[in-house]
Ligand binder design. Structure first.
Ligand code: NDP
Ligand code: DGY
Length: 328
């Protein structure tokens, strides 16, 4: 039909919650193609799927690099990721090509902060070990010196990256009786006053904290930040928790620190790689709790993330302001 605009093509790299699909379908402007599986799209299918599209809705498991951008071709105008983390996107190249990026900050902050607190408590109070002892018959009696861990009351907590999630974690931890809250980051944050947070050097945070929570984004400055030197400055009784991204931690150095008693315990929601191979040395340690990257995994949060990612995509492709556009 002459003059009738061609529908814009969109590739969605995974089966996502209905809330997102509903937004895309209702918009009526897309020819939608979905990799309709719970498992990640194989690389070859991704490259095929994006050919000729105007927009991509992707997940943190999809590496969107120059090869994908080239495979998509000149129509590609925007990428919407159903995540707040954007380390899987080649931001500089996307920027150079004049494309826009949508992401999902804020809507997952509470869920991720809640999971971080749960992981910290599970690690510090040895919940998984305790459950295992019950199941295996290792629980012989109530014993004064058995299954002791570390409590938050009167403690010093160090937050690496007091951003949206870092603040939400701090707010939740304070009522446990935390005495001092330290944080590091590029600059002091005015909002830290709400949790009486003190901006300190990394060295001071490491040597004074009883609990260290990593909630920064993965950028070149934070890649490998938690290494041998880092762990060697921590207290031997300190608990380390990472819910940011796996590559912030040097896992060989963490294994060494945990197995030698350099630090007390670690809780990880993120690892390198993901999934962590079942024969990975970290999984042999009783003082290491590893979760499968479930920070934002509540039913409602995932629905809202999908809806926001879809809304960003529709807005970006129809020339409207996105609710959450990444400043490039
Ligand atoms: P924000 O951008 O609000 O926070 C990131 C913080 O990291 C900022 O405060 C930033 O400080 C800080 N930062 C940057 N560089 C450093 C550094 N060298 N040392 C210390 N801090 C630094 O993002 P969010 O809080 O929304 O999310 C943070 C990250 O959490 C995401 O990027 C993602 O990787 C991860 N995440 C993980 C989830 C999970 O399921 N486990 C769920 C959701 C997010 P400044 O402001 O000074 O730049
Ligand atoms: C993100 O959004 O970056 C998380 O890792 C998953 O929700």
């Amino acid at each position: 039909m002459q003059g009738y605009p061609k529908p814009m093509k969109v590739f969605v790299t995974r089966r996502i919650p209905q809330e997102g699909i509903r937004v895309l379908s209702k918009s009526g402007v897309f020819e939608l193609s979905v990799w309709d599986s719970d498992e990640p799209v194989p690389r070859a299918e991704l490259l095929k799927g994006v050919a000729g599209v105007d927009g991509i809705l992707c997940l943190l498991t999809d590496r969107i690099d120059s090869e994908v951008l080239d495979a998509a071709g000149p129509n590609l105008k925007m990428i919407s990721t159903m995540s707040v983390g954007v380390d899987h996107l080649v931001i500089e190249e996307i920027k150079k090509r004049g494309m826009r990026v949508g992401y999902t900050p804020d809507v997952l902050t509470d869920a991720t902060a809640e999971l971080t607190v749960a992981l910290l408590l599970a690690t510090a109070r040895r919940l998984l070990e305790g459950v295992q002892e019950v199941k295996s018959g290792g629980w012989s009696s109530w014993k004064p010196l058995w299954m002791c861990g570390y409590g938050l009351n009167g403690s010093t907590v160090g937050v690496i990256g007091l951003g949206r999630i870092g603040m939400a974690i701090a707010r939740r931890l304070k009522p446990f009786g935390v005495k001092k809250l330290l944080y590091t980051g590029r600059a002091p944050k005015p909002q830290a006053a709400e949790v009486e947070g003190e901006h300190v050097t990394l060295g001071r945070l490491l040597s004074e904290s009883d609990f260290i929570v990593v909630s920064c984004s993965l950028i070149p400055e934070t890649r490998g930040l938690c290494d041998k030197a880092f762990f060697s400055k921590m207290k031997r009784t300190a608990v380390f928790v990472n819910t940011s991204r796996g590559p912030v931690v040097n896992q060989e150095d963490l294994y060494e620190a945990l197995s030698s008693g350099q630090i007390a315990a670690a809780g990880l929601d993120v690892t390198t790689p993901e999934p962590l191979p079942t024969n990975h040395p970290l999984l042999t340690l009783k003082n290491c709790v590893v979760l499968p990257h479930i920070g934002s995994a509540t039913y409602s949060t995932r629905g809202i993330m999908a809806e926001l990612a879809a809304t960003n995509l529709v807005a970006g492709l129809t020339g409207k302001a996105m609710p959450s556009e990444l400043a490039l």
